[in-house]
Design a protein around this ligand. Structure first.
Ligand code: ZN
Length: 362
């Protein structure tokens, strides 16, 4: 009798042991504070690969994101950091600030992203909105590249970007003509985005790395002209124009408020992404109050994004979300929901509907 009982207990223990082993890694991950019924956020700004086109798979990303992230606007980085032996010898740079050699546009990234997406089950594809980035915005043929990608990969892409015009330490490193807001090639790209319904994520620093002392950040006026010229395109301005070194001017929040309050820019949104930008926003009480008031005044115009690049683990990926916590804590529930969930769904559901219709020739 006692032997039978011991055998039974042993059997039960081994079954439980087996069950625990068969749970895939990551699913038992402890979820982030605040995540209850449904995802914490949709990520409008995620780079699957880095500046040397290396990264993780979408399946690996889903393990890292677990249930905390709903949908993700996923793209690569349209620039390759060249490994020039004569510049760095056997040292292989993988970031633009680790090398003096040039960057060049890398169009194959769009095929890489499409293949990753198509390798997923239909159910898992629901969690991604892939974006086209592999074009040179100084090339009048850039819009043709975007059209070609849509035609070769119908049913896959929802938008274009993140692509950059003025970006600190990057624009000047790109081989060939420097990207500019005055280049008609950019207008052709934004026109095509308006025609197809592709959502646009545009990186354009609001100012130079070292402010010039001009009354207004130097790139703002030209940016306003470009944005106003393309009311049909849904444009998300990455990082509200800030960067690692491009810091907010004293009246940065007022400048954003003026832009977003102007009817001519009702098609323009901003993403709150990159931990290098979060540092400015949460730095002190005054800044937090100003940004909280701005977001409460324009709750439908801001979207959260991590700007994470090929993360190797959960903590790295969630760093930006956690860095913004002091801001999230101050927002009203409806505004927090709009910025983390609602605005993303509105913009990308609309983009997917329009782009699929365009692909179907409707
Ligand atoms: Zn980015």
């Amino acid at each position: 009798m006692r032997l039978a009982a011991a055998v039974a207990i042993l059997a039960i223990v081994s079954i439980i042991g087996f069950a625990i082993d068969s749970i895939p890694p990551g699913s038992a991950q402890e979820s982030e504070p605040g995540s209850g019924d449904g995802p914490l956020f949709h990520d409008v700004h995620f780079h699957l690969t880095n500046y040397v086109q290396r990264g993780i798979t979408l399946s690996e990303f889903l393990e890292i994101a677990a249930n905390d992230v709903g949908r993700t606007a996923v793209f690569g980085i349209p620039l390759q950091q060249k490994w020039d032996y004569f510049e760095s010898g056997d040292r292989a740079p993988d970031y633009y600030l680790h090398s003096d050699s040039a960057l060049y546009y890398y169009s194959f990234i769009d095929a890489m992203i499409a293949e990753e997406y198509l390798a997923l089950s239909p159910e898992r594809r629901e969690r991604f909105d892939p974006m086209i980035t592999g074009f040179n915005p100084t090339d009048m043929y850039a819009a043709d590249h975007i059209r070609r990608v849509l035609e070769i990969y119908p049913g896959v892409f929802s938008g274009i970007g993140e692509f950059s015009i003025h970006k600190e330490f990057v624009t000047s490193k790109i081989a060939g003509h420097a990207a500019s807001l005055r280049n008609p090639a950019l207008d052709r790209v934004l026109e095509f985005a308006g025609e197809t319904g592709l959502a646009v994520i545009l990186h354009n620093d609001i100012d130079t790395v070292l402010p010039t002392g001009a009354p207004e950040p130097v790139h703002l006026e030209a940016l306003r002209e470009v944005l106003a010229a393309h009311p049909d395109a849904t444009i998300i301005w990455a990082h509200t124009g800030l960067g690692r070194f491009v810091a907010p001017a004293a009246d940065h929040v007022e400048l954003l408020d003026a832009l977003l309050s102007d009817e001519a820019f009702s098609h323009v949104h901003c993403d709150l992404s990159w931990d290098e930008v979060a540092k400015y926003i949460v730095r002190d009480e005054t800044s937090l109050e100003a940004w909280t008031a701005l977001l409460e005044r324009h709750p439908d115009r801001f979207l959260f994004g991590t700007d994470s690049v090929a993360p190797s683990g959960r903590d790295g990926y969630l760093k930006t979300w956690r860095d913004y916590a002091p801001l999230w804590d101050r927002l009203s529930e409806p505004t927090l929901h709009a910025i983390t969930i609602g605005n993303y769904e509105r913009i990308f559901d609309e983009a997917n509907r329009k782009v699929r219709a365009w692909e179907a020739g409707e």
